[in-house]
Ligand binder design. Structure first.
Ligand code: ATR
Length: 283
């Protein structure tokens, strides 16, 4: 699918800004919903260089867009630039969804909501008895996942990261139930954990695989990966071979887009199997 990079028509148009942004699949998602719902509107990729990001937000109200998604490396800049950030964005220090309200620039972060909505959708009841969780990674995605898991009552949450300092910084930021642990601690933690989440880029196409021995896990462990290229990561493959329930990362991408679409275009869209197929066909 060819998708233009600029707002060209008079219909309400949203965009995704990033650098680079040419691989973003957000236009496919939003254009699918616009078409399904019969709404006049458009959604485009809008490349913004790092040095231009502050000016982009400062001039947003005069620009052609009704709102935007924000991706790497602009999420922190967006957080600093908006007139009002909601509670989640403030907790995460990052904004991925922007809209205008009475001329004021508003910001939210929908990554946490997208992560949880995907689990609610594909593993309903996953938080019926929330227990211990293990989160691999300590970047921006880990932050959103930890925030979401805390909100759903998971405790303790063990954070494992190559760079231990980053895991410790997260533990300090998010409170007493979050513990920074080492990779070597994982086998001893697995028998108690009800959820394992990979937020690192390990297992992504072109990256080394994530190798973890799931033998000690309890049979009810739910394993989820936020990597979605490939859809079946080495971690999910190993989990399935061990007979564990798994949820892949594509749904998080789809569900995090829902709140922005609703703000900009006025209707709440639905994540359908057809939308999943559309994204997979584009990979
Ligand atoms: P994001 O915002 O998407 O979470 P990020 O902040 O770059 O991206 O975080 C990427 C995560 O993947 C980090 O936890 C990173 O570990 P470091 O904090 O030690 O960098 C992890 N990661 C990336 N490549 C890795 C590798 N080869 N081995 C282990 N962890 C890796």
């Amino acid at each position: 699918m060819t998708i233009s990079n600029t707002a060209t028509s008079a219909v309400p148009t949203a965009c995704v800004i990033g650098w680079p942004v040419k691989h973003s699949r957000s236009p496919i998602i939003h254009r699918y919903w616009l078409s399904e719902l019969g709404l006049a509107g458009d959604y485009v990729r809008h490349p913004v260089e790092p040095e231009q990001a502050v000016a982009f937000f400062a001039d947003f109200a005069n620009g052609p867009f009704v709102g935007c998604n924000v991706t790497v490396p602009h999420k922190e800049t967006a957080f600093a630039a908006v007139d009002h950030a909601d509670a989640v964005a403030t907790a995460l220090g990052a904004v991925n969804t922007v809209w205008l309200e009475n001329g004021r620039l508003m910001g939210s972060n929908t990554d946490a909501e997208g992560f949880i909505a995907n689990l609610d959708h594909l593993a309903p009841g996953f938080d019926a008895n929330p227990g211990a969780a293990i989160v691999l990674g300590a970047g921006g995605a880990a932050r959103a996942v930890i925030w979401a898991l805390q909100a759903r009552g998971f405790a303790p949450i063990h954070v494992v990261n190559r760079t231990r300092d980053r895991a410790e910084a997260l533990a300090e930021r998010f409170g007493a139930d979050i513990h920074a642990v080492g990779w070597e601690d994982v086998p001893a933690l697995l028998p108690q954990a009800s959820l394992l989440v990979n937020t690192t880029s390990l297992g992504m196409e072109g990256q080394p695989p994530l190798e973890i021995d799931l033998a000690p896990a309890r049979d009810t462990l739910l394993v989820t990966d936020i990597v979605y290229i490939p859809l079946e990561t080495p971690l999910l493959k190993a989990a399935r071979a061990r007979g564990l329930q798994t949820v892949d990362g594509l749904g998080m991408l789809l569900h995090q887009a829902v709140p922005g679409f609703e703000r900009w275009f006025g209707q709440r869209p639905v994540v359908t199997p057809e939308l999943r197929r559309l994204i997979l066909a584009d990979m």
